[in-house]
Write a protein that binds this ligand. Structure first.
Ligand code: WQD
Length: 351
């Protein structure tokens, strides 16, 4: 039994809890009085995020965190965690997430993302813990026929192995829930998470050249890179650049807590979109970021990036109705908080 578990709190295992979305979610869980066990191999995260989490939540709440440095595929490590702690539920973030890299390394992506999920659910079943939230992605909607995307919109072809891992893991988890009604599984389909904790102590810290728009824009703004490459200005959108539903990572974190609170005593597998419902173009993002950082962020127009869709944004009414959750932050808030993080940590957690 976990001697740290108090009578009111429940203990949540967070895989990938030192990463971008994971670390923000851990903060929200601690603020809700939960105990948190983080399992992370730090392959794409920085241990300093853990100190920063502690700084944000304060000493007392930080005592409710346990960090285990391990790969989720390490069954013995998972068994040891389930034996030591009375884990009530699991939030599964850990996985490789670089779209371009997944095209180069499909075997690593399928093996790691799908393999670690199978190891995790097998361990959960053996230890009688059957409540799971999985980090899915709007990428499963592929090139949409109609907008906004609801949870009923069809899943379509993905354009890269990363996307397929999310697509397939969703189906695996549906099968798991179908086979055994004791399972209670929630698939959260994130749109485009950006922003950072308002303290500026934690945020997105990609290794190497960022693939995603916001980290790239903020590295240009801070002077680490010359100009943003805008991938295409000939899409069928108001200004010709790609439109996405950007969501503040704090809203996303709150969505996990809302889902967790909603889940108790449920059965089956439920899916929710987590977005704002508003589409924003690449140029609108660059303008909003320029406002936030106080100077123009330079950009150049480039050809379209293969595999990109022209536009997507979410209908989030299901999450509002069932989870009582709604995004609170707008794009200006997201850019302000991304900039606050980036300008205070120009080289991410390394300074
Ligand atoms: C957003 C918009 C680009 C970079 C991907 C994954 C998804 C999820 C989030 C991640 C598009 C344009 C981008 C740049 C640009 N998973 N862009 N210049 O492609 O919507 O989603 O990341 O872990 O599953 O598919 O996000 O941020 O890469 O792009 O013009 O340097 O910005 O063309 O219109 P995307 P993104």
């Amino acid at each position: 039994m976990n001697d740290k578990l108090d009578a009111n709190g429940t203990c949540v295992l967070v895989t990938g809890g030192a990463g971008f979305i994971g670390s923000h979610t851990v903060v929200c869980l601690l603020e809700q009085g939960k105990e948190v066990v983080i399992v992370d191999d730090l392959s794409n995260a920085n241990e300093k995020a853990l100190d920063r989490i502690a700084q944000i939540v304060g000493e007392e709440a930080a005592e409710r965190i346990t960090f285990v440095r391990a790969d989720v595929n390490d069954r013995a490590a998972l068994d040891a965690i389930f034996e030591e702690f009375d884990i009530d539920s699991v939030i599964h973030f850990a996985g490789y997430k670089a779209v371009g890299e997944s095209v180069e390394k499909p075997i690593e992506y399928y093996s790691n993302n799908i393999g670690n999920t199978l190891t995790l659910v097998d361990a959960m079943r053996d230890h009688g813990c059957k409540k799971l939230i999985f980090s899915s992605s709007a990428t499963v909607y592929g090139d949409p026929d109609a907008l906004p995307l609801t949870e009923e919109s069809p899943k379509k072809m993905c354009t890269n192995p990363y996307g397929w891992t999310k697509w397939m893991i969703e189906e695996i988890l549906r099968s798991v829930a179908f086979a055994d009604p004791e399972w209670d599984i929630v698939l959260l389909r994130y749109f485009n998470p950006i922003g950072a904790h308002p303290s500026g102590l934690i945020g997105e810290d990609p290794k190497g050249i960022p693939n995603n728009l916001l980290p790239y824009v903020s590295q240009v703004a801070v002077g680490r890179r010359e100009a943003v490459h805008v991938f295409g200005n000939d899409y069928d959108t108001p200004d010709g650049t790609g439109v996405r539903d950007y969501i503040h990572v704090m809203d996303l974190a709150a969505g996990h807590v809302a889902a967790l609170n909603w889940m108790s005593d449920k059965s089956g597998c439920e899916v929710f979109n987590l977005g704002t419902g508003t589409g924003t173009s690449v140029l609108q993002i660059i303008n909003a970021f320029s406002e936030a950082c106080g100077h123009e962020v330079p950009y150049v127009i480039e050809p379209r990036r293969p595999g990109d869709v022209s536009a997507n944004y979410a209908d989030c009414s299901k999450a509002a109705e069932l989870l009582g959750w709604k995004a609170q932050y707008n794009v200006a808030d997201m850019c302000r908080d991304s900039w606050n993080w980036q300008s205070h940590n120009p080289n991410g957690f390394e300074g």
